[in-house]
Design a protein. Structure first.
Length: 409
């Protein structure tokens, strides 16, 4: 018994510290490789790694009692666990859009409902206590600007945070690349090329709605790569008559008699606003977008005869949706998460925190974490978007960043 106790004490002494990692917001391919990279390296360096489950929800709902079942809130990560998941898409830690600093009364965990009973509650004190109870020395959140904005908030409260950027919209400020973007663009190109055969067979216009609430990168890059004739993006309110004329001309000049437009979900008609699928809002105040592709398709069909000698052109309308974010990561979303995970561990080993790892102008680096909340990353319309042709500019690419539209635009 005494010998077993001594072994446990030695094991505790050998542990350099505890690192917690979580994934928040929408799932993307590349999250599991990032978790794997952090865990493998951290375990090798002598750290204990805890996976916080369901984004910020797990650490918020944790019960500080060793007798409580907190298996739905966190798990200890081993090499075996992360190696099994490391080549797959999604996140085995699961995810949510929880925002502990702005939690509705109905979302407050039952064991805290007597203390936090306002319509909106800040559970940050509980999150900090829970992290301390778990013995967490460093916290590594992987997420987009919403998830990471709460990481910034925790850092301001004294938590040692090192952030990793993730979002297929590629709109986290400060970095040229966010985990998930390459797979999203790759899938968009693949599915557009698949659907063009139907568009060509029926001589129709093809409208594809893609993700992109505030930034149009997921429509711009596939269009620039040649997948579509035109794209409309959140950064510029478009004239539907102009779009119709351009697409009809594109179709009639194409020997296969079809043309394609990519529509960002956040795109807006001239004089209009974003179109939402319902009025319910998430924890960060965002209503669910969806439907702009349907409206664009309807309008294109109505207006097509005006630019096609009085003959109406039918439209194929497809929302790509979750098809671009499911499944395994592509090459970039296998390589970059590995690098980001190791960069985060480099900072931890140096005792550095309050940073976000980034890829900037083709090189890996890190920046102060508050870059996430101090700026916005959107398409620079004057530099990259031709408002007369509703498609990307093709200026000289010499000395441009790898993905052309960088974080400083």
């Amino acid at each position: 018994m005494e010998s077993h106790k001594n072994q446990k004490e030695v094991a505790v002494k050998k542990t350099k510290g505890v690192i917690a990692i979580l994934t928040g917001g929408g799932d993307v391919p590349g999250l599991n490789p990032a978790i794997r990279a952090v865990t493998i390296r951290a375990n090798r360096e002598g750290f204990k790694v805890i996976g916080l489950r369901r984004g910020w929800a797990g650490i918020t709902e944790l019960i500080r009692d060793h007798k409580a079942d907190n298996s739905n809130c966190y798990q200890i990560l081993t090499d075996d666990i992360v190696n099994k998941a490391g080549r797959t898409g999604g996140t085995f830690l699961h995810t949510s859009r929880t925002r502990p600093s702005h939690m509705s009364k109905s979302s407050v965990p039952e064991h805290l409902s007597d203390i936090y009973n306002q319509e909106t509650n800040d559970l940050t004190p509980e999150v900090i206590k829970n992290l301390e109870w778990l013995g967490v020395d460093y916290l590594i959140p992987i997420g987009g600007d919403d998830t990471l904005s709460y990481g910034v908030h925790l850092y301001s409260k004294g938590v040692k945070v090192v952030a990793i950027p993730k979002t297929m919209d590629n709109d986290v400020p400060g970095t040229d690349y966010c985990i998930g973007f390459s797979t999203c663009v790759t899938r968009t190109i693949q599915m557009t090329n698949s659907l063009r055969t139907s568009a060509g067979s029926h001589e129709r216009l093809l409208v594809l709605e893609v993700f992109g609430r505030y930034a149009g990168f997921t429509a711009m890059l596939p269009t620039m790569a040649g997948s579509a004739n035109r794209c409309v993006i959140p950064e510029y309110k478009f004239d539907i008559d102009l779009l119709t004329k351009l697409l009809v001309d594109d179709r009639n000049n194409n020997p296969s008699k079809y043309s394609i437009v990519l529509v960002s979900e956040g795109a807006m008609f001239e004089g209009g606003e974003m179109i939402f699928s319902d009025s319910e809002r998430d924890a960060y105040g965002h209503a669910k977008l969806g439907g702009i592709g349907d409206v664009v398709s309807q309008k294109l069909k109505e207006l097509s005869a005006k630019y096609n000698h009085g003959k109406t052109i039918n439209v194929i309308n497809q929302k790509l949706g979750y098809m671009v974010r499911g499944g395994d990561p592509d090459a970039l979303d296998s390589i970059v998460p590995m690098a980001y995970g190791n960069l985060a561990l480099d900072l931890v080993l140096k005792g550095v925190h309050g940073r976000i790892v980034v890829l900037k102008n083709g090189r890996y680096d890190n920046l102060p974490i508050d870059v996430v909340t101090s700026s916005k990353k959107v398409v620079d319309v004057s530099e990259h978007y031709n408002t007369e042709r509703l498609r990307p500019f093709y200026h000289s690419f010499e000395m441009k960043p790898f993905l052309l539209m960088a974080s400083d635009n």
